[in-house]
Design a protein around this ligand. Structure first.
Ligand SMILES: Nc1ncnc2c1ncn2[C@@H]1O[C@H](COP(=O)(O)OP(=O)(O)OP(=O)(O)O)[C@@H](O)[C@H]1O
Ligand SMILES: [Mg+2]
Length: 495
């Protein structure tokens, strides 16, 4: 097995990796790092949760020269939370070399970012809109950039960020290396990406299926009005450590979160209309397990690495099959096990088929649980809680009462009564969500170019089409000096 020591990289980076608990490179790291170290442009594709961040982080940080006061590495990511997370990981990898990374993203006080940028970080991780904002304000200079990484490249290009990306790349005068990473890379997007790369090496970690093997994948046929009750039953049966529930729209996420809270679950929602402070707080609470359930639009589908996520529920099917891969990839990361359950209403089966074709994996059908199944699940969870308490041995002061009880009552009765008290019986508070119509199949999907291809006259992106707009932006408000053409294919304006 290869070790990080086998790469031609600085000792200080190896030391940081070892501090992070990374002893051996993952397959994508093993293949991508040497190619990236050669300075070549590269497209890297590997399953979710297999360490792509470090695969681009290591070569990028290795290249940094510390006596330079300008930004040398730039990572562009589609969402704010991802920018924050990648920034944190790069700071960890760069810790011993003393390479500093600063995240800049929409929704955060720009003055604070300007201050941070003035302190000369060597790497910036940004969402496209906010980065353009800094470029226009001249609060960031890109003239010494050596490496550009597009994390979740297909998403950004697919979402219509292509022109933003081009405009950004057009600001870089120097020769630089471009690295693209994602777990999915549809052909048409790859062709689009190659236009602004220089004969990229494509590194793909081959696997039988696109999704990670250690995620158990189920689907459940359910009528729209039943969805919420079925979800609660599943949650009661499984009692997930941490679960992410994906809804199709912002309104849906709000209603779902409210419904779950009404029934006593610990849930929080995130989507594009929630203030950035709240978004960050919600993620933090979910990460430290204060909240058990994160309800989200696809804003949380890509790249987020939260350990302990055991379950992903697709309450609504995602619009694109690729999105399914990323959503369920929030569990089963770094070799851990996970479970994904996808709800499908009868008219959506074609979508399910499309997903299975893309992932090359058949989901297992799950039946709607009965009330008895729920009771059994709850009893099992209660028993597990009790066993944990037994193992903890932290009940000495109850022993005398227990002995007294056992003098008077039958032991089985005492334990059964205690279990009943401990059990979280299903909450039946009525919850009604607004109905959502079934997902319709998009006829144009596989069409040539998919309807959102743009012309690129220049390998590095000429940025000719600067006056644009009209599309949804996931991370930032669109600067208002742009036109509103509004004809770009966008995934879901309600996200
Ligand atoms: N060499 C390694 N050894 C052990 N753990 C690792 C290694 N590299 C990365 N990890 C861990 O694996 C997890 C997933 O990494 P990362 O977020 O980079 O995955 P990814 O491939 O970018 O996934 P996604 O496609 O969802 O963005 C992280 O928690 C990271 O700390
Ligand atoms: Mg990633």
């Amino acid at each position: 097995m290869t070790s990080f020591k086998d790469f031609q990289i600085g000792e200080d980076i190896i030391k940081s990796l070892s501090n992070m608990g990374f002893e051996n490179p993952t397959p994508i790291q093993e293949k991508a790092i040497p190619v990236a170290l050669e300075g070549r442009d590269m497209i890297g594709q590997a399953q979710t949760g297999t360490g792509k961040t470090t695969a681009f982080g290591v070569p990028m940080i290795d290249k940094i020269t510390l006596d330079q006061s300008k930004v040398q590495g730039l990572v562009i990511a589609p969402t704010r939370e991802l920018a924050i997370q990648v920034g944190e990981e790069l700071n960890r990898i760069g810790q011993h070399k003393r390479v500093r990374t600063v995240p800049v993203y929409g929704g955060q006080d720009i003055q604070r970012q300007i201050k941070a940028l003035k302190k000369h970080p060597q790497i910036v991780v940004a969402t496209p809109g906010r980065l353009l904002d800094h470029i226009r304000r001249r609060t960031i200079r890109l003239d010494e950039i050596q490496t550009v990484v597009l994390d979740e490249a297909d998403e950004m290009l697919n979402m219509g960020f292509i022109e933003d990306i081009e405009a950004i790349l057009a600001e870089i005068p120097s020769e630089y290396q471009t690295l693209l990473f994602s777990a999915t890379m549809p052909q048409r997007i790859q062709r689009l990406a190659e236009r602004f790369m220089d004969q990229p090496e494509v590194i793909r970690i081959k696997a039988k299926q696109l999704t990670v093997e250690n995620i158990e994948q189920f689907y459940l046929e359910v009528k729209e009005p039943q969805k919420f009750d079925v979800l609660c039953k599943l949650l009661d049966i499984e009692s997930p450590d941490l679960a992410i529930i994906f809804g199709r729209t912002k309104k849906r996420v709000d209603e779902l979160t409210e419904g779950l809270l009404k029934r006593g679950y610990s849930a929080e929602g995130i989507h594009g209309d929630i203030t950035q402070n709240k978004r960050e707080r919600a993620i933090k609470r979910f990460k430290n397990q204060t909240t058990d359930i994160l309800v989200a639009t696809d804003v949380a589908a890509r790249g987020l690495d939260i350990s302990g996520v055991t379950h992903v529920y697709n309450f609504d099917l995602p619009q694109d099959p690729e999105s399914y891969v990323h959503r369920i990839g929030r569990t089963g990361r770094a070799g851990n096990k996970g479970q994904a359950v996808t709800f499908v209403v009868p008219r959506e089966f074609e979508h399910l088929k499309n997903i299975e074709e893309l992932t090359k994996h058949k989901m297992t059908r799950k039946q709607i649980p009965s009330y008895d199944d729920v009771l059994e699940g709850i009893q099992k969870a209660t028993r597990d809680d009790l066993l944990n308490a037994l193992e903890d041995q932290d009940f000495q002061k109850y022993k005398r009462v227990a002995e007294n009880l056992l003098d008077e009552y039958h032991s089985v009765d005492v334990v059964a009564a205690a279990l009943k008290l401990l059990a979280k019986e299903p909450d039946r508070t009525p919850v009604k969500l607004s109905a959502v119509s079934p997902l319709r199949v998009k006829k144009v999907r596989q069409g040539k170019g998919g309807g959102n291809r743009k012309r690129h006259n220049n390998r590095r992106g000429g940025g000719q089409n600067r006056n644009r707009g009209g599309g949804r932006r996931r991370d930032d408000r669109r600067p208002n000096n742009r036109g509103n053409r509004g004809n770009r294919k966008r995934r879901n304006p309600n996200q």
